[in-house]
Design a protein around this ligand. Structure first.
Ligand SMILES: Nc1ncnc2c1ncn2[C@@H]1O[C@H](COP(=O)(O)OP(=O)(O)OP(=O)(O)O)[C@@H](O)[C@H]1O
Ligand SMILES: [Mg+2]
Length: 137
């Protein structure tokens, strides 16, 4: 699938949100600046979030719920995690049956790869477009 621009990526997130539910874990991969966070912004919007979506690159995990979104959502980014042990310590999956979990750079962690059935792989193409491979939806 080709996604032409940022707006189209947000719209894709909105439509993906329709197919997601509590307990789902989505791995979102692709190089720096591929549009992973933009896609997550669209997914969050699909669950009613209207605020700013900050990249969890430094916080590692951002949590949304209650007044933010219609279901609890965890948005994580593993890019700066040093080791599998550090990722384990995040406790990403401790409560994953009770929320929707979105993980940028999930492929950096074997443990994450094993847990995720839904994957989105984003690859920059020409003219700002992105090529997406979506599995498990
Ligand atoms: N087709 C497109 N889809 C998504 N984003 C696009 C597209 N074309 C251009 N962009 C731009 O690319 C950037 C994507 O940034 P984003 O933070 O979403 O990337 P990321 O994959 O999350 O990077 P990181 O690995 O640093 O977390 C944005 O500035 C966005 O405007
Ligand atoms: Mg990002």
């Amino acid at each position: 699938m080709i996604v032409a621009d940022e707006q189209a990526m947000v719209e894709l997130g909105l439509s993906i949100a329709n197919q997601l539910k509590i307990g789902d874990i989505v791995a979102i991969d692709g190089p720096l600046g591929a549009g992973k966070t933009v896609l997550c912004r669209g997914i969050l919007a699909g669950f009613g979030y209207s605020g700013e979506v900050s990249s969890p690159s430094y916080a590692f995990v951002n949590s949304y719920g209650k007044e933010d979104t219609s279901i609890p959502i965890i948005h994580a980014d593993l890019y700066r995690m040093a080791s599998e042990a550090d990722i384990e310590e995040l406790g990403l999956f401790d409560d994953s049956e009770n929320c929707l979990t979105l993980i940028e750079w999930a492929s950096l962690s074997e443990a994450c790869i094993k847990r995720t059935e839904k994957t989105v792989s984003i690859e920059p193409a020409r003219d700002g477009a992105r090529r997406l491979i979506i599995n498990g939806f």
